[in-house]
Design a protein. Structure first.
Length: 133
């Protein structure tokens, strides 16, 4: 049976909890980046989005270069365990309408799972449908 570990993208790009909000802002300036994962020695601390920066730094009047991500990171909405059954994980992603989710093992960030990748993976595992023509 396939596990989340088998379909995840390992070693996602992260920022350290001691990194500044300015560094997160620079990463988030890329239109393809919607969120930055924040880790402290490999342990997932939280997530930073553009909204996080606006609410917790700009609106609060804090200096972006002096604000550490560990102080403002928000807990992830949802995570998956690396050993979880892949089909069950896909159903959870569908139900929660989530596209990309951090994958952890004993609290440590080990990858990212994308719903579209899982969908393709599960489709590949399905036996072909035979025509009765």
């Amino acid at each position: 049976m396939s596990r989340v570990r088998d379909a995840m993208v390992p070693d996602p790009i992260t920022l350290d909890a001691a990194a500044s909000a300015q560094e997160a802002g620079e990463r988030l300036s890329d239109p393809g980046v919607r969120a930055v994962l924040v880790c402290d020695e490999g342990t997932l601390v939280g997530v930073i989005t553009r909204k996080t920066l606006v609410r917790k730094v700009v609106a609060a009047g804090l200096p972006p270069s002096g604000t550490q991500l560990g102080d403002i990171a928000e807990p992830p909405i949802f995570t998956l365990d690396a050993e979880q059954d892949l089909e069950h994980a896909f159903r959870e992603l569908e139900e929660r309408d989530l596209e990309r989710v951090p994958v952890t093992a004993s609290g440590r960030l080990v990858g990212i799972l994308s719903r579209s990748v899982v969908q393709r993976r599960l489709a590949e595992d399905e036996p072909p449908v035979e025509d009765d023509a």
